[in-house]
Write a protein that binds this ligand. Structure first.
Ligand code: ZN
Length: 400
């Protein structure tokens, strides 16, 4: 592992159990306990603040009487324990972001979070660089869609396009989403402003590379967040056929009749798609085709029932799923629909399996991550980290 200027992840608070045992991080999901360590090692790790390169750290270790090669071994172990970042790491995307100090300051808490969740040094900046280069389309500019688009933009996604028809309705207004002054404006226009205002600063466009012809990056993800939550509860396969056929990942999110829904995240050909969900419903309920036809065709449009707090929760949770996907992990909404029905406040997962007769053929995908019926968890599918209850102890005793 190459490290230029290592630093102990500043987002993890440090606490000593005793003179020889130190814990990095307080929240159990990401905390790591190291020990036993001696005084010289304890002093040496204090030098890992990102201001010193490896040659200087080797000199300092020598001056402290630590054995030859010790600095490299210790830094390597700390890096493997997921405790180190690198002030100059992260590749070209990170280098471009470092040229935007104002955007970097805005994104500092997001980078801190990415540092906690990514193991490799420089991983936070590399992931943020990838977010900045990605393009997401949000379909729907209501309470869920506009807020979700703003969150994605604010969290560093380089390009967020919102697609919707008509004009902003007073009921679309939401803190974090459509402002009251946008009422009456065209939804697409108003959403564009919301996205721009939420952005920490435009990413510098590359003039070279595969995007040069179109001038725009391809879609990394589409979020289907219709104002009428029926489109999230019972996704119309025809409405997303273009994304299935072109292999574009898409995520459903919405609120229907006081129930918030996030998922499934469809990776065409690999995970459960809208058609799979539809076929499965027909198998389970012979009346489903009649019901869905009436619901979709109904001339009497039901009055909206979209609680503001619920819509904001759904927007935030869907954005977290979208960002996890853009950051390179398979989020828990792959092959599941998370539901939160008021007045309860607990999410539950409805597991959605690929249908054997669906032309998407996800049922035969070799990439399928989960066995049918296995429930995903809210904490996602990442590798388990050590926690104080079951600490991973790295022996740090120095060799003189
Ligand atoms: Zn399918």
């Amino acid at each position: 592992m190459h490290l230029s200027h290592p630093l102990l992840k500043p987002a993890l608070r440090r606490g000593w159990h005793d003179l020889r045992t130190v814990q990095f991080g307080a929240a159990p999901a990401h905390a790591v306990v190291l020990g036993p360590i001696d005084t010289a090692t304890g002093s040496f790790i204090e030098l890992l603040d990102g201001t010193r390169g490896m040659p200087l750290l080797r000199e300092e270790a020598h001056r402290m009487g630590l054995a030859e090669g010790y600095a490299d071994r210790l830094v390597g172990r700390l890096a493997r324990a997921g405790l180190l970042d690198d002030t100059t790491g992260g590749g070209p995307g990170a280098a471009a972001l470092r040229e935007r100090p104002a955007a970097l300051e805005r994104l500092r808490p997001d980078l801190g979070s990415l540092a906690v969740t990514s193991r490799e040094p420089g991983g936070a900046m590399a992931r943020m660089g990838a977010r900045r280069a990605s393009r997401v389309q949000v379909r729907g500019a209501g309470r869920v869609g506009a807020t979700l688009a703003a969150v994605l933009s604010g969290a560093g996604v380089g390009q967020v396009d919102v697609v919707d028809g008509g004009c902003v309705d007073p009921g679309d207004v939401a803190p974090g989403g459509m402002p009251a002054r946008a009422v009456g404006e065209r939804r697409t226009e108003a959403a564009r402003k919301v996205v721009r205002q939420a952005s920490p600063g435009a990413a510098r466009r590359s003039r070279k590379g595969p995007r040069a012809d179109s001038g725009e990056p391809g879609l990394s993800l589409v979020v289907v967040a219709p104002r009428d939550g029926l489109g999230a509860f019972a996704p119309d396969p025809a409405a997303v056929e273009q994304f299935v056929s072109s292999g574009i990942p898409h995520l459903f999110a919405g609120v229907l009749e006081a129930t918030g829904m996030v998922g499934p995240l469809v990776l065409p050909g690999a995970t459960t798609c809208a058609q799979c969900v539809s076929l499965d419903r027909v198998d389970r309920d012979p009346a489903w085709p009649r019901l869905i036809t009436q619901w979709r065709a109904s001339r009497r449009r039901p009055s909206p029932s979209c609680d503001l707090a619920l819509a904001t929760t759904v927007a935030g949770f869907a954005a977290a799923q979208a960002l996890a996907f853009l950051d390179g992990t398979l989020p828990s909404a792959a092959e599941a629909r998370w539901e939160l029905a008021l007045p309860e406040s607990a999410w539950r997962a409805v597991v959605l399996s690929p249908h054997p007769e669906c032309p998407c053929d996800a049922v035969n995908s070799p990439d399928r991550a989960r066995e049918p019926g296995e429930s995903p968890t809210l904490s996602g599918e990442g590798p388990p980290r050590s926690a104080p209850a079951e600490p991973v102890r790295a022996t740090m005793a120095k060799s003189r």
